[in-house]
Write a protein that binds this ligand. Structure first.
Ligand code: HEM
Length: 412
């Protein structure tokens, strides 16, 4: 095990307060620390002082290394968890229910194959009309208020309804499911705490709820993602535990990521009025490049954790089997060796090989769903407003895994 560096003042990149206190003017990321790491210590063992988390991990910050590690699942496994938490909600050995995000090899391929057909480009294209209808309803309601919290009224609504529709969650249950996933995804933020409940209790609610949803779908099967999951469970290609793990992963992935991309991107537009004008001119059909830049700019998943399956050396550091490795997407996406003028928000940026959705076998299954949600949300928002202003406050989540925006006050 390598020595833990002592220069904490500069490089404690796991500190949740660092992200809570981010500066909205500079996209709220600790760019200086990341730049220092990329240049001086591209692979370094750093402490993580959060209770209930691994005490330290190898932090990898350069774009090339991050991409290479994510593409090498034989040497860098996901099965010991994909965050720095010491126990994992999707690892059976930790008291969780197994889900593909923390599976390796054949188990991962089997789970991913089972559900893939619910996420093909053709299936996702078929969601567009429905997503537009949801966006229109929530945006009209928000715009009628004049001043509102963009996160609460718009950014959290479309992703929540989209994933709940895919899972067949009845309307009345959606806010509760979103509260549970908020807490499970960002347990270090006190605003997401649920009175008197710890993470496993809350997870228990989500798992039980997954079984209820499966029952609902059995009675009323369709062609949606939940029907695919139930079908696989009934054909015994998926265990009951895997079904519960699936429901949690999808509910969390669907609720906790796209809303933050939309919020960071809107703030980027406020901070770059020329980009806002550029986008408004193209609101009839937002170019793909603009969506990719919003995704790079927002990088909602700050780091991805892997565990070394074998010993190896990187930048002169000897990594041992079993060591946790945190590859920082939020640093890689702003690495000048890959992105020209990386801290500029440039909506027609090409090429743009961001790692916001990861790369390799675990690349985000919902990436095209998220892209469609962002397109629909911004097209419908810009069509319905001709002058959108930031009034504040801008409040970030206290979490160093998910880069959340909790409040973003705006006025039309
Ligand atoms: C902007 C929005 C999103 C971002 C930034 C994002 C990011 C990611 C990342 C970085 C991973 C890889 C995690 C790892 O390997 O450690 C991932 C995996 C995954 N995402 Fe997303 N995601 C987004 C939206 C969604 C949506 C909307 C869904 C579901 C509809 C979804 C479902 C999944 C699933 C199931 C996996 C696991 C894939 C696997 O392990 O093979 N994601 N996502």
């Amino acid at each position: 095990m390598g020595a833990v560096t002592t220069d904490l003042a500069r490089i404690d990149v796991f500190d949740p307060d660092l992200y809570a206190a981010g500066d909205p003017e500079t996209n709220a990321l600790p760019f200086e620390r990341y730049a220092w790491l990329r240049s001086e210590a591209p692979c370094v063992r750093l402490p993580c002082a959060i209770p209930g988390h691994e005490p330290s991990a190898w932090v990898v910050s350069r774009f090339d290394d991050v991409s290479a590690i994510l593409r090498d699942p034989e040497r860098f496994v996901s099965g010991h968890g994909v965050t720095m938490r010491a126990t994992h909600t999707t690892v059976a050995g930790d008291g969780g229910k197994p889900a593909m995000i923390t599976m390796d090899g054949a188990a991962h391929s089997r789970n991913r194959r089972l559900i893939n057909r619910g996420f093909t480009p053709a299936v996702i294209r078929s969601f567009e009309t429905h997503f537009r209808a949801i966006a229109a309803t929530v945006i009209d309601r928000a715009v009628a208020l004049g001043s509102f919290d963009f996160v609460q009224e718009i950014a959290s609504q479309l992703p929540m309804h989209a994933i709940c529709d895919l899972l067949g969650v009845p309307e009345a249950d959606r806010p509760q499911l979103a509260r549970w996933t908020n807490f499970a995804a960002s347990p270090t933020d006190p605003d997401y705490a649920i009175d008197g409940e710890d993470i496993l209790t809350v997870l228990g609610h989500v798992w039980d709820y997954g079984l209820e949803l499966a029952e609902l779908r059995r009675k009323d099967p369709g062609t949606d993602v939940m029907s695919t999951i139930v079908d696989a469970a009934d054909n015994e290609s998926l265990t009951a535990d895997e079904l519960m793990g699936f429901v949690f992963t999808l509910a969390a992935a669907g609720n906790e990521t796209t809303r933050n991309s939309a919020s960071h991107a809107l703030l980027g537009l406020f901070n770059h009025p020329e980009q806002m004008r550029w986008l408004r001119d193209r609101a009839d059909r937002i170019p793909d490049a603009a969506i990719e830049e919003m995704l790079r700019w927002s990088t909602p998943v700050i780091y991805l954790r892997r565990t070394a399956a074998t010993g190896f050396e990187l930048h002169g550091q000897q990594i041992s089997p079993g060591d946790p490795i945190a590859v920082f997407a939020a640093s890689a996406n702003f690495d000048p060796s890959e992105f020209a003028d990386p801290q500029a928000f440039v909506l027609d940026r090409t090429p743009n090989r961001h790692v916001t959705f990861a790369v390799g076998p675990h690349v985000c299954l919902g990436a095209h769903v998220a892209r469609l949600e962002l397109r629909v949300l911004f097209e419908e928002l810009l069509r319905r407003t001709d002058d959108l202003r930031l009034t504040g406050p801008v409040v970030y989540a206290r979490d160093s895994y998910l880069r959340g925006v909790k409040r973003l006050g705006v006025q039309v």
